[in-house]
Design a protein around this ligand. Structure first.
Ligand SMILES: Nc1nc2c(c(=O)[nH]1)N[C@@H](CN(C=O)c1ccc(C(=O)N[C@@H](CCC(=O)O)C(=O)O)cc1)CN2
Ligand SMILES: NCC(=O)N[C@@H]1O[C@H](COP(=O)([O-])[O-])[C@@H](O)[C@H]1O
Length: 304
């Protein structure tokens, strides 16, 4: 498999191509001052745009790129984890963030440590300098800007994003603090394969306008005695997809929104790793009334 033809992605130490010809995408020569239009450049970091690759050049498989100053080589995920669960293909994950990305980091670390039978192969964000994008860059995970807006002219369109995620052979999409509406094109392309974590017990305190601290302030103002994270399937509206998992935390009488947010976030990290592990082990099942359940890893006869 020709490395040059398959180069894709992001490396903070990437040596930028001296020409648009994909075969010369990787050189050891010093990067040109201005990058070809197919590369997204910010904070001395670069990512790629799909125009780099002729439509005929389908990327068959993309291991994790090891960022090197010399010629980069596409490398399989060398972790020995591939045979940790030989009966279940390691899943390829795309994570979408808009902020600090603590849920993204928890999921990535669980993948690296082996508790999740998967790999984060691409990060998608609408905020190029957010903490999640910084972390991805440090870990050599390709970063993609989405959506394209007047302020983010180098963001991808919905169709471009679908194509790029297909090229990365993404199995599941995990939203983790992503604050833009996922378009119907992506939902149709990844049916029952897009998940979101929301910081309240849906259906309460969800929908347009309910994100971040706004959620926790509303919970406290309501007098609710309990809150907690919800992980749900993503449909075309905010927070209305089928609920897959929840955890409950108390709301204390003197809680500030920040204290409640921190308590919920700690549970989010645990819950998202647990659900992602189940996803990557094909343990999601559908009850006859259409409610999604998780099959227990310890006791396959039990569901929750
Ligand atoms: N198609 C879907 N897209 C998204 C979903 C979803 O369930 N279906 N979940 C959200 C995440 N989310 C709650 O979990 C959420 C995010 C943002 C908003 C919101 O009101 N956003 C504002 C804009 C905020 C900004 O740009 O800073 C808005 O749309 O006016 C509500 C809920 C991710 N996408
Ligand atoms: N409605 C969407 C929403 O409010 N999502 C929330 O944004 C935070 C992202 O934190 P993180 O960037 O540290 O993972 C999380 O608390 C998540 O539940």
């Amino acid at each position: 498999m020709e490395t040059q033809s398959l180069f894709s992605g992001f490396c903070s130490s990437s040596v930028i191509p001296s020409s648009k010809d994909p075969r010369n995408l990787l050189t050891s020569s010093p990067p040109p001052h201005s990058y070809p239009s197919c590369f997204i450049q910010w904070n001395n970091r670069v990512s790629f745009r799909p125009q780099c690759f002729p439509a005929s050049q389908r990327l068959r498989s993309i291991g994790r790129l090891e960022c090197k100053n010399s010629l980069e080589k596409e490398s399989k995920v060398v972790s020995g984890k591939e045979d940790s669960k030989p009966w279940v293909k390691r899943k390829r994950l795309a994570v979408f963030v808009s902020g600090g990305g603590s849920n993204f980091r928890a999921i990535h670390q669980a993948c690296v440590e082996g508790s999740v039978n998967g790999d984060v192969v691409v990060l998608v964000t609408n905020k190029r300098a957010c903490g999640g994008a910084q972390y991805a860059g440090d870990k050599g995970i390709p970063v993609i800007l989405f959506p394209k807006t007047k302020d983010v002219a180098d963001g991808l369109s919905s169709d471009e994003l679908v194509n790029v995620l297909r090229r990365f052979e993404v199995d599941f999409i995990l939203l983790a603090g992503y604050l833009k509406l996922i378009p119907v094109e992506l939902i149709q392309a990844y049916s029952k394969s897009i998940f979101n974590i929301h910081p309240s017990l849906l259906p309460a305190f969800g929908g347009k306008g309910y994100y971040g601290m706004k959620v926790h302030k509303a919970v406290i103002a309501s007098g609710a005695r309990y809150s907690g994270p919800t992980i749900h399937f993503v449909d075309e509206h905010y927070d209305t997809g089928g609920i897959l998992a929840q955890r409950v935390v108390p709301v204390l009488a003197n809680d500030t929104a920040e204290e409640l947010a921190a308590r919920v976030l700690r549970e989010e990290h645990k819950l998202y790793v647990e659900v992602t592990a189940a996803l990557c082990e094909d343990r999601i099942v559908w009850r006859e009334d259409g409610v999604p359940l998780i099959r227990s890893k310890e006791n396959p006869e039990e569901y929750y």
